[in-house]
Design a protein around this ligand. Structure first.
Ligand SMILES: Cc1cc2nc3c(=O)[nH]c(=O)nc-3n(C[C@H](O)[C@H](O)[C@H](O)COP(=O)(O)O)c2cc1C
Length: 153
């Protein structure tokens, strides 16, 4: 099959672009806003991109509403910190809940019924998910905005 990504002329019920790279594990990214509001969001577009020094990246698409950025991105840009939590199958319901679009001042740990007080990170200030099998705190973030046609950012 041949199709053009800007035309989406594939004739399939769903856009096959993301299915070209599967399976993708899910990062459950926790951040804090400047005001201290906790945010949780799943990202399948993530990976480690180096181990010496250890780097982790996650990629956020555009927010569906206007020229707004996703809260996770705003928080990382404001604080320079995020925590990667591995999203495992047993956490799937809470992970899906945390993918809802809500206002930036909504505590998504409360939304996903997670308690950030008992799961504060040892190093990074964003809370971590204590039952994740792996949690990695990252500082010194380098946000990159990829160019896109007709960008309003
Ligand atoms: C399993 C799963 C994987 C997702 N992966 C991504 C991703 O890689 N990039 C992205 O921009 N959004 C992804 N999303 C959607 C975001 O999680 C969603 O937009 C989230 O609400 C953003 O929250 P925020 O505004 O609090 O940062 C994913 C959602 C789900 C359920």
């Amino acid at each position: 099959m041949h199709y053009e990504t800007d035309k989406n002329n594939h004739g399939l019920p769903f856009n096959p672009f993301k299915s070209c790279v599967v399976p993708r594990p899910i990062a459950w990214i926790s951040t804090l806003s400047r005001e201290g509001c906790a945010n949780l969001a799943p990202f399948s577009q993530f990976n480690i991109v180096g181990w010496d020094p250890p780097y982790i990246m996650f990629a956020a698409s555009a927010h569906p509403v206007g020229a707004r950025r996703k809260d996770s991105v705003c928080n990382v840009q404001e604080t320079g910190e995020f925590v990667f939590n591995m999203a495992t199958y047993d956490l799937r319901d809470a992970v899906n809940k945390s993918a809802m679009y809500v206002e930036a001042d909504v505590d998504e740990f409360e939304l996903a019924k997670r308690n950030p007080r008992s799961t504060s990170s040892r190093r990074g200030s964003p809370p971590r998910r204590c039952t994740s099998s792996a949690c990695i705190s990252r500082r010194w973030c380098c946000p990159v905005t990829a160019p896109r046609p007709h960008s309003t950012w």
